[in-house]
Design a binder for this molecule. Structure first.
Ligand code: CDP
Ligand code: CDP
Length: 216
């Protein structure tokens, strides 16, 4: 078994495709963005958190069904609320937060057979991952995809607002000092503008199968 790192900007299709690739290969999926969102929620609810005590204060667990538990509370839906999305990038730029989560992510993936998606998986969390994918699409295409999701949740946000929010978050993720979003030298670039979910999934499964054969 190998580990697969999928990085890229917001709404490129990382989590949808990472889940499908994992199911297809019989691997496990780890949503590292959800972990940063959970910490953002914790800070929102505990404004005087001591950044040096994160490991003692915060327990993050994923259930078999992919639900996220923050200190035993199901926060799966709460971490997708727009105030969390607006603040997560700032929280993710804190050194203490990144050290805590990168450590946890490495421990989880040490067993191999994981598909991880995020921003710094191929560059920092698992620089030795056997397969690295950098997934992108234009900001307009990504915002249109998010618009469908937001409208189906009853949040009738405008497309132009979503484009602005996506560009703002990408810029912040790409320009932060610690572990910025970058394409690792050995990552395969996959542009999903013109590709369906199935097409992208198949491409990555094929790449993974080649790596697995190469390992033997
Ligand atoms: O799903 P979406 O693209 O909206 O974002 P996400 O994957 O849930 O990640 C939310 C935020 O967490 C990102 O905008 C980054 O600021 C941060 N993040 C990170 O810094 N490093 C990761 N490995 C994953 C997420
Ligand atoms: O995880 P990330 O933020 O990169 O993106 P996502 O949440 O997996 O995907 C954002 C939206 O784009 C979802 O509603 C997907 O169904 C959709 N999508 C698509 O329509 N076509 C693709 N090739 C990839 C994703």
């Amino acid at each position: 078994m190998i580990n697969i790192a999928i990085d890229g900007p917001a709404a490129a299709g990382k989590s949808t495709i990472a889940k499908r690739v994992a199911t297809n290969l019989g691997y496990k999926y780890l949503d590292t963005g959800a972990m940063y969102r959970a910490i953002t929620l914790f800070f929102h609810e505990n404004s005087d958190t001591d950044l040096n005590k994160l490991a003692e204060l915060i327990d993050i667990e994923f259930s078999q069904e992919g639900k996220l538990f923050l200190n035993d509370k199901d926060v799966t839906d709460k971490i997708r609320e727009s105030h969390i999305t607006k603040n997560v990038s700032q929280v993710a730029s804190l050194r203490e937060v990144r050290e805590f989560l990168v450590d946890l992510q490495r421990k989880i993936a040490s067993k191999k057979g994981y598909v991880l998606d995020g921003r710094d998986i191929g560059s920092v969390v698992l620089p030795d991952a056997e397969l690295k994918v950098f997934m992108t699409a234009s900001p307009e295409v990504r915002a249109k995809r998010r618009l469908i999701e937001e409208h189906s949740r009853g949040n009738m946000i405008e497309l132009s607002t979503l484009i602005d929010e996506i560009i703002e978050r990408d810029t912040s993720d790409m320009t932060r000092d610690i572990s910025p979003l970058i394409q690792a030298d050995d990552a395969v670039l996959v542009s999903t503008d013109e590709l369906s979910i199935d097409e992208v999934t198949n491409e990555i499964v094929e790449l993974a199968n080649k790596k697995v054969i190469g390992e033997k």
